[in-house]
Ligand binder design. Structure first.
Ligand code: FRU
Length: 469
């Protein structure tokens, strides 16, 4: 699987569709897999919702979104990719937007697909890179749709379309432009209002790294700004990365019945996706659902509160001393691979700042994944070089935290083959998958200099969860 698709709350359930190749564990003609959940933790798989079986999507049913229409139907909009033979005999893949209507279980493609065809792409924009529609309904009752696109200079842009009924669309404007600073093709846009601001999430390909902010390659950005529905305009103000780890891409958001905005991302990255063994039983997984908020002009992320109901067997330590003499320590009961633990690290003496703290997870005699904090630079790093990978894809990434007094607060959620670290109460998140064998359950702590630490750890009790088997 890759991107989440059609993530929405419909008829009392969260629906999560996803880019899916059912026949093996490598990318192939895309289908929409489908799962539903009441609490975002226990998921029930449903039959595949869309397969590439029409002339206009024969190359794949690419990403898209979902909404409930006036008649109470579940309305899916996705990118149909088709191959067309050119005059010179070569083939090109065209991308157009298509609709399917369903009841939460079965979906039927609209008979006059595509609803936004290549003829509606403005002059100069690519017909090969026009994908991943995000649909919403304005307060005036009209549908809006934004679509990832690429202009003639290879710069990613977001195009906006508008419709009365969801089937007949007209081009409105370039919703968000990109002068080339933010990578090339822009994939999987999202848009919503939250905490008095308007937020665009977008995934540029081929970005250049910029300090701690963006890494090279495919990125996920959030652009915070203002929106004027009357003129269909978005005014961007602030832009930052959504995840500072290694594996997080193409998230979608949904609003729950209680008004929370929940974000889920594909917990992988394209640069690593060809590095796995094709005989693996699966490839690709989703991040934890995260509640998002805008606080002080930043997007904050919190593991959904439902997760707390799975916590068992609290183990707590306070004011543990870490220094060169204690060396690497393990704390009884602090271990495991399906756990939720929080650490607070602080200097033993503010006038004698320590140099470094290392937390090693998923550890046995051979393997470990490290989270390192260097307080003098306020930098954290995730490093999975020794996590049992036999290839050499990207294995580490750094982020700068806001605290400048040597204090770090971080919540770690390990879910067997992944680590998600929520830093400074959700101000930053670092996500990474790890291939480490499951008997590597250990956790150790070490410091250079004198640091102190509080730790609280829970097992995440997974008996009732729907697990891959
Ligand atoms: C993003 C993406 C989308 C596309 C889908 C194809 O990861 O490239 O732009 O719709 O994956 O699987």
């Amino acid at each position: 699987m890759n991107d989440p698709n059609g993530f929405s709350y419909y008829n009392g359930l969260f629906h999560m569709f996803y880019q899916y190749h059912p026949y093996n564990a490598v990318w192939g003609p895309m289908h929409w897999g489908h799962a539903v959940s009441k609490d975002l933790l226990r998921w029930e798989y449903k039959p595949v919702a869309l397969a590439p079986d029409e002339f206009y999507d024969s190359f794949g049913c690419f990403s898209g979104t979902a909404i409930e229409d006036e008649d109470g139907n579940h309305f899916l909009i996705y990118t149909g990719v088709m191959s067309r033979t050119q005059a010179d005999g070569t083939k090109k893949e065209y991308q157009q937007q298509c609709v399917a209507i369903g009841d939460g279980e079965n979906y039927t493609k609209y008979e006059s697909n595509p609803v936004i065809s290549t003829s509606q792409i403005p002059e100069g924009f690519s017909v090969l890179d026009f994908r991943d529609p995000k649909i919403w309904k304005g307060t005036d009752g009209d549908y809006r749709c934004i679509i990832g696109a690429k202009d003639k200079d290879d710069k990613g842009q977001i195009l906006q379309y508008r419709s009365k009924d969801g089937f007949h669309w007209r081009f409105v404007n370039v919703f968000v432009g990109n002068d080339g600073n933010y990578g090339k093709m822009w994939e999987c846009p999202d848009f919503f209002l939250l905490d008095g601001k308007a937020v665009v999430i977008v995934n540029p390909q081929n970005m250049l790294a910029e300090g701690f902010e963006y890494n090279n390659g495919n990125n996920t950005l959030c652009i915070i700004g203002d929106y004027d529905e009357g003129t269909d305009t978005f005014i961007p103000q602030i832009c930052h990365s959504i995840d500072y780890g290694i594996d997080f891409y193409a998230p979608e958001t949904a609003e729950g019945s209680d008004g929370r905005r929940i974000l889920i991302g594909w917990m992988q990255n394209w640069d690593n996706s060809s590095e796995h063994d094709i005989h693996d039983p699966y490839f690709g997984q989703m991040s934890l659902p995260r509640e998002i908020r805008i606080i002080d002009d930043r997007l904050y992320q919190f593991p959904i509160k439902e997760l707390e109901a799975l916590r068992r067997d609290c183990v707590e330590y306070r004011d543990v001393l870490l220094d060169d003499e204690t060396g690497e320590i393990v704390l009884k009961g602090i271990e495991g691979r399906t756990i939720d633990f929080e650490v607070e690290i602080y200097p033993d003496d503010i006038d004698d700042m320590y140099d470094k703290v290392t937390i090693s997870m998923a550890k046995n005699d051979t393997f470990h994944t490290d989270f390192i904090f260097r307080p003098r630079e306020s930098v954290v790093k995730i490093d999975r070089e020794f996590s049992e990978s036999r290839r050499a894809p990207v294995y580490q990434r750094e982020a700068e935290i806001s605290n400048k007094e040597g204090i770090l607060k971080a919540r770690f959620i390990l879910d067997r083959y992944s680590v998600e670290v929520f830093i400074e109460d959700g101000r930053q998140v670092m996500t990474a998958t790890i291939p480490t064998e499951l008997d590597a359950q250990g956790i150790s702590f070490a410091a250079i200099g004198k640091a102190k630490m509080n730790v609280v750890k829970y097992i995440l009790h997974e008996d009732e969860l729907c697990l891959y088997s």
